[in-house]
Write a protein that binds this ligand. Sequence first.
Ligand code: DCP
Ligand code: CA
Length: 407
Amino acid sequence: MTTSRASWMHLDMDCFFAAVEIKLNPALLGKPVLVGGVNPQGRNVSRGVVATASYEARAFGCKSGMPLYQALRLCPDAIVIGGHFKEYIDCSDQVMQICARWAPRVEQIGIDEAFLNFSNTEVLYPDLPDRQLGLKIVAAKIRDDIKKEIGLTASIGLASTKVAAKVGSDFNKPDGFKYIKEGTEKAFLSPLPLRDLPGIGHKMENYFHRLGVKTLGELAAVPIEKIEAWGKFAINLWEAANGADNIWFTARTQVKSISRSETFYKDTPDENAILAMLRKLTEKVGTEAREQGYNGRCVYVSIRDKDFRTVSRQRGLTVPTNLTKEIYDLAEILLHELWDGQIPLRLVGFGLTQLTMPDNKQGETTQLSLFGKEHDKRLELEKRIDQLRLKYGNHSVIPLSLLYLES
Ligand code: DCP
Ligand code: CA
C-alpha cells in the first residue's frame, strides 16, 4: 500500500493576548476582556482597536480588528487591558519551545501559531502501533505541556495537508483538537463557510456570495474558468477547497524561530554522540538562517531522556547571529546545564529564536560592522560551506564530531 507520508499539525493559541492578560491577573478569568486601546509603550490610546477579545467578550460580538468604542457598545462591561508585549513574546517563545520538543520541524507563522511538520516521522515514534494514533497522543502531550508549563490553552489540527490542519485547529476552539483523516480533507472542508478558509477576504467572500457560493464545497464546484478571473491566489483557494495542499500557506508574518529536533535510533548516554547530534542540529538551523538572511537573538536546547522527561533552557546571545559556531558554543553550554552527563537521552532539540531580518534578503546583514572582523570572516567561511553543501550534498563538508552519527 502506498500512502502519503505528509503529516502536519497546526497549533494556534486561544485568544492569545487576552489569555496572557488573564494569566497575569487571574481575577479576570471568566470575564469579558478586550485587549487593545494601548500602544506598544503601554500608553492609552483613545481611538484604539481591539487586538483580541476573550471568549466571554466574543459572545457579545466583540472581535479582533473592531474599533474599541464599537466593542464597548456591544459589551459595556468589558474590561479593557493590554500592553504586556514582552509577556506575549515570552509566552510565544515558550510555546514554540514546547512544539520543538515534539516536532522535528516547526514553522512559526505568527506570534501564536505554527505548523508542526511530522512528515516521514516513522522512526521518531517506532514504538507506537499506529502512526496517526501516535500523533494524536503527541498532540495531546503538546497541549498538555502548554497547559501545565505556561498555563494557557492551545488548539491543534492534525492532517495530511497544511490547509486541513490549519482549518482543523480553528474547528473546535478553544482548547480543541481535530483530526482530519487522509482522504477526507475535501469532505471536511465542504460544509464550512467560505471565511473559514484563511485567505478569503471580505471582497472575495461578497463576490462569491453574489454568485450564490456560500460554502467551501460550493466553491470547490465552481468551474475553474470563473475562478481564473480572480487570479492565481483564487486558484490556490479553489484548489484548497478541493482538498489539495498548496504552499500559499506561508508565513503571515516573518518567521520567528527556526528549530530542529531529532531522536536517536537508540537512547544514548554517550556525550560525543549527543554533542555530535547538537552540532548537526545547529548546522541545520544555522544553514537555514543564513539562507534566509535571519539572525537570532536567543537560542534554546531541549533534551528528552529515556523516560520521556523533557526539559529545555534558553539564553540570549550577546549579538544576534546566524553563525553555526556561535550558536553551537552557547548550545553546548546549555546542554551541559540541562544534562547530568549520565542519563541516556532519547532526543535533542535546538532552536534559534527572536529572529531579526536583515534589510536585504541575501543574508548580507547590515549589522556586520557591529560584529567585527572575526565574525565577518567566519560568516564568509560558513557561507562557502553552505555553497559546497548545496553543490555536492550535505556530506561533502562535515565537522569531525558528526562522524559519530554518520558511522
Ligand atoms: N492580533 C492583533 N490584531 C489583530 C489580530 C490579532 O493584535 N487584528 C493579535 C492578538 C491575538 C494574536 O494576535 O491574541 C493572535 O491572533 P489570532 O488571530 O490567532 O487570534 P486569537 O489568538 O486572539 O484568538 P483565537 O482563539 O481565535 O485564535
Ligand atoms: Ca490564536
